[in-house]
Design a protein around this ligand. Structure first.
Ligand SMILES: Nc1ncnc2c1ncn2[C@@H]1O[C@H](COP(=O)(O)OP(=O)(O)OP(=O)(O)O)[C@@H](O)[C@H]1O
Ligand SMILES: [Mg+2]
Length: 493
């Protein structure tokens, strides 16, 4: 550091000290906002404790509905806070205190648009204060949205009342209303990380899938068993509870890519229209704790953890344990009588097996969604050829040639046949189907075949391209029931 810089640093240090001194010895009155709040509460605000409730970012709409309802009941209108962006860093007492550097005063309210359904948004107060009465006593509540860009990953409501007991009762009622008015209940949701990487950005609302049982072609008994476990238990909720049986359940769907695990999940969601569903895939599985909390609050609920093997090795946000253990702990953390179903999918079951064995009792049904056998493959081919002018014999022949392939292969095959015919400006024919199959089974399409799942087929190179994990071997662990679609039998270890 040269002399001039040193001199500047020293001058700057003295300047800062003077500012801090000036602030300390500064005006100890109230800001204009503080005066308004004090007049409302009828008590010196400096002496009152503030009770803060943090609110997960995805519950901001619920908080807004709850606070609006309490404000409406008391005929109060919210107000905003002017005085600069510093207010984001200031807690409620600081907004009310007088300062030479920021004079917070009533001003315009800040709003933000937040989704409250798959196709709708609500204008939500992102920074504002309500001066209201609760059970006859004056209360002040500040609502602020999360600001991940400034390190505030959760929203909050800060409450001030002359009597701290009133503040407590107010917050209890606020929480009750958040739950009863929640826009998340009965919805299909996914969580995504915010762009600053310090928490969930909020919930994304998805349309509930509509997949009929007939659209899912699996080995006999597989879909029925999974549906019974996930949907049937919920339908018999009252009787099971009366008989002292637990409702919480965990299902693991495992099998090669493209065999219909996600399709099965989509069918389950269409069978449970009033159930709150949270879908977490790959990286967003780190929001498992939030998802489990939401599921408990909004039950009946389904939590889907897709491709859970992707997090088997990953370290979680909550400590040095692999994220998978956080997942399994979340499954365990809920009360047994919570009507919550966890559905896990994976195509690398061997990566989960040890963790599941070390923490038994979380998953009570493990179901293999295997490569389709000859009969299932024919049904798949007919399903995806529906409405096309193709002969039954040609479809069967194609299915027989495509041994080792999956449902997603059948679907892509039909699309290619139809595309080839469309390019020639005519309807699809049996020859188009055969040609499309030749091309997909050729060795040059080996990677495509693998991407479609299964990767087999009787074409050249088919044997080499079949993935090693097409028939995963699962050792049974206490607490599991495994179902073999091949033998149609259920094994209890
Ligand atoms: N058993 C099946 N019945 C009907 N269609 C199927 C079946 N399997 C696959 N398909 C078709 O292939 C598509 C992809 O299947 P899906 O996404 O369910 O595979 P997956 O088992 O979840 O694979 P991955 O392990 O790669 O996630 C489905 O949307 C469906 O169109
Ligand atoms: Mg899938």
């Amino acid at each position: 550091m040269d002399e001039r810089t040193q001199e500047f640093v020293e001058t700057f240090r003295v300047f800062l000290e003077e500012i801090v001194q000036a602030e300390r010895g500064g005006d100890d009155g109230l800001s204009p906002l503080g005066e308004l709040v004090e007049a409302h509460l009828g008590s010196p605000v400096r002496e009152l404790p503030v009770i803060t409730q943090t609110i997960a970012a995805h519950r901001l709409v619920d908080a807004d509905l709850a606070l609006s309802s309490l404000a409406d009941a008391s005929g109060a209108a919210p107000l905003g806070v002017s005085g600069g962006q510093m207010r984001d860093q200031c807690a409620l007492p600081e907004l009310l205190a007088g300062s030479r550097f920021a004079r917070f005063a009533p001003g315009p309210i800040d709003y933000v648009s937040v989704a409250d359904g798959p196709d709708s948004v609500r204008r939500v107060m992102s920074f504002g204060i309500v001066l209201l009465h609760f059970e006859g006593a004056p209360v002040v509540a500040l609502q602020r949205a999360a600001k991940p860009e400034r390190g505030r990953s959760a929203a909050a409501v800060e409450v001030l009342a002359a009597d701290p007991e009133v503040a407590g009762a107010f917050l209890a009622e606020f929480s009750r209303l958040m739950l009863s008015l929640s826009v998340l209940r009965g919805q299909v949701l996914s969580f995504t990380a915010n762009e600053y990487g310090n928490g969930a950005a909020g919930a994304t609302f998805l349309h509930r899938p509509q997949v009929a049982a007939d659209d899912v072609i699996l080995a006999p008994g597989v879909l029925e068993s999974v549906t019974r476990h996930v949907v049937g238990v919920g339908e018999q909720r009252e009787r099971l509870r009366e008989a002292g049986q637990h409702l919480k359940r965990g299902v693991l769907l495992y099998g090669p890519p493209g065999t219909g695990k996600t399709l099965t999940v989509r069918h389950l969601l269409s069978r449970t229209p009033d159930t709150t569903a949270v879908l977490l895939t790959g990286p967003s599985i780190r929001f498992i704790t939030e998802a489990a909390e939401l599921a408990r609050a909004m039950q009946p609920a389904v939590v889907v953890l897709e491709d859970v093997d992707l997090v088997a090795q990953e370290r979680g946000l909550h400590g040095p344990q692999p994220l998978l253990f956080a997942v399994l702990d979340a499954l365990d953390g809920l009360d047994g009588d919570a009507d919550v179903a966890f559905v896990l999918t994976t195509n690398r079951v061997e990566m989960l097996e040890r963790a599941l064995a070390e923490r038994p009792g979380r998953v009570d049904l493990a179901m293999e969604v295997a490569l389709p056998d000859d009969d299932a493959r024919r049904r798949l081919f007919h399903r995806y050829a529906q409405g096309l002018p193709l002969g039954a014999a040609a479809i069967d022949a194609a299915a027989d040639r495509a041994a080792g392939t999956t449902g997603s292969f059948a679907k892509e095959l039909m699309r290619r046949a139809v595309l080839a015919a469309a390019e020639a400006d005519r309807a699809v024919t049996d020859a188009d189907l055969a040609e499309a199959l030749d091309s997909l089974l050729s060795s040059s399409a080996q990677l495509t075949r693998s991407l479609l799942g299964g990767g087999g087929g009787r074409g050249e190179g088919a044997a080499e391209s079949a993935p090693a994990h097409t028939q995963p071997e699962v050792r049974l662990t206490a607490g599991w029931t495994a179902y073999s679609p091949c033998s149609g039998q259920t094994f209890e270890p």
